[in-house]
Design a protein. Sequence first.
Length: 232
Amino acid sequence: MSTVLELTGVSKTFTMHLQGGVRLPVVDGVEFAVRAGECVVLAGRSGVGKSSILKMIYGTYRCDGGSIRVHADSLMLDVASAEPRQILRLRTRALGYVTQFLRAVPRVPTLDVVAEPLVIAGVQRDNARRRAANLLRRLNIPERLWPLPPATFSGGEQQRVNIARGFVSDLPLLLLDEPTAALDAGNRAVVVDLVAEKKRRGTAMVAVVHDEDARAAIADRIIDVHRFAAAA
C-alpha cells in the first residue's frame, strides 16, 4: 500500500516567552511513516509529546526541524514548510483531526456542525446532512438533540459529536487524539468499528489512545514516543 504520511527528523521545542525565554525541548528525531489503510498509535506517558506530534502533522504547531510530508492522490505537501493557505487547503482536501475538545460555533445545530466539513468540501447540503445524521445515530445521539447546539450537551455527548464530525468525510489521512475518552463501552465499540471501516476504505490514521483495549483493537503498529524524547 502507498505511503500517505512520512515524518523525517522532526523536532519541537517550546519557548516560554513569559518565563524569560526558557526553552523546553519536547521531541527530537521523530521518524515514522503511515500507509493507506493503516492505523499507527503513538504510545507513551502523559507529557512525552504524543499530542504535540499530532498538532505538528495538522499544522497547528510548527516544528523546529525535519519534514512532515503528506501524499494524497495528486497532492504532496511538506507541512513543516508549508504556508498557512496551503495547510488550510490540505485540511479541506486530505487531512482530518478528531481532538478531545469540540470547538463549534455557538447556536449552530448539531446536525450542521457534523455536516459542515462535507459542505466546505463541496458536498450538497442535503446529502451532507444525511451522512451526518447516519453517524449521529450510530453514535447514539438522540434525534431530538440534533437541532440543538452541542455546547448544551454533556461531555460524553460533545465528544461523540466531535467524533461524528471527524469521521463524516472520506479523507486520505485522519488524526485521532483520544477519540474514546469520556465514552462508555458501547460507544467505544462504535468508534472501533468506525476506525475499521476507515481502514477498509484506505484511510491512513495516526492515533493517541490511552485505553488499552481500544488501542489493541485499532492499532496496526504502536510507536513508543519515549524514543523521540528530547534531552533537556
